[in-house]
Design a binder for this molecule. Structure first.
Ligand code: SF4
Length: 335
């Protein structure tokens, strides 16, 4: 069935070159494009770059936030993980399913992406691409303009909504064709490919796994995993120390009401956030010891005084003497 004109399509844009080229190609075929940017909970790709690209191309643009539901996908991916905690196939199914719903809500006819066949091992192999289309309820309605000529024709091509001859047949990790197209379309400012997904970062993945194992109280706690040094003191208690002034401020802003904050009276050390309810004196002394280790007082061979208070009542300020921690102990605690 041929829909009423103009043909509308939802394009996933990341701020990278491939998705920008895909929009350019589809838009040049006379399709009205609705750009969707998926914002990761802990902020990954560059939203500003995606927005700039959408503005330059003169398309509609919306940001869809990935939230608790996405976290469930990361926790138990049906198709497994990549090199770290990146569940790329499930991640795409989740995003594309939401794009499908957005497609219906704006009365668009199909969804497209800047994917290139064989460019990424986990999610852009032919069979995976087929599964992703199927599981996101977009079977036949998911167009990949950069490699469409290497894939089975989709409904937009069969119905003549877009001219298959004008789509591309790119394959693999090479970038030369994309670079030539960037010159042709005068696209200059774009993100490097596959940059910035924290789930592919092994340090971040370790902290996230620790949160999955020992629990977290709310979604905001997982956002704060990107800042600071993390220490698992016991199954119930975890300490996070800022690595600079900016992280100290961010950690304080994202602290939970049940957390405690630790600082040195002279402020010559990091802020520490203790997660866990009703800490014992031993836990408090360990936190104070961690602050000392990462402060300007790390070479003092005796305990120092550290202040702490509950987030929910800053007037309840108390003091504790730090316990000297050995390097081995610190290494064993670090997540
Ligand atoms: S790299 Fe990250 S954002 Fe990209 S598909 Fe994989 S999990 Fe999703």
């Amino acid at each position: 069935m041929t829909p009423h004109h103009p043909i509308k399509a939802v394009g996933l844009i990341s701020g990278g070159l491939d998705s920008t080229l895909a929009v350019q190609i589809v838009r040049d075929l006379g399709v009205e494009v609705y750009g969707v940017y998926f914002a990761m909970p802990w902020g990954c790709c560059d939203k500003a770059k995606a927005m700039e690209a959408a503005e330059r191309l003169g398309i509609h643009f919306v940001v869809l936030q990935l939230d608790e539901q996405y976290l469930e996908v990361v926790k138990k991916p049906k198709h497994g993980y990549g090199s770290a905690l990146n569940p790329c196939t499930d991640c795409r199914v989740h995003m594309f399913s939401r794009a499908r719903k957005y497609m219906d809500s704006v009365g668009a006819q199909f969804v497209f992406t800047g994917e290139v066949l064989g460019q990424r091992p986990m999610s852009q192999m032919r069979e995976r691409m087929r599964i992703i289309g199927q599981e996101s309820d977009l079977n036949g309605l998911l167009l990949r303009p950069l490699c469409a000529q290497l894939l089975d024709p989709t409904i937009p091509e069969k119905e003549g909504w877009v001219d298959r001859e004008k789509l591309l047949g790119l394959c693999g990790r090479g970038r030369s064709v994309q670079m030539d197209l960037a010159k042709k379309y005068e696209i200059k400012d774009y993100l490097p490919p596959a940059g910035g997904c924290l789930l592919t970062d092994k340090n971040f993945a370790r902290r996230m796994k620790d949160s999955f194992q020992y629990g977290y109280r709310n979604f905001r706690e997982t956002i704060a995993l990107k800042w600071g040094r993390h220490f698992r003191i016991s199954p119930e208690f975890k300490a996070i120390l800022g690595r600079d002034a900016e992280e100290n401020v961010s950690l304080r802003a994202f602290a939970h009401q049940d957390d405690h904050i630790f600082e040195l009276p002279d402020k010559r050390g990091p802020t520490l956030i203790l997660k866990g309810i009703a800490p014992s004196p031993e836990i408090l002394e360990t936190c104070a010891g961690l602050i000392q280790r990462f402060s300007r007082h790390k070479d003092i061979q005796e305990g120092i005084e550290v202040e702490y208070w509950p987030v929910k009542d800053e007037s309840h300020l108390a003091k504790i003497q730090s316990r000297m921690l050995s390097e081995k102990e610190i290494t064993l605690l670090q997540i």
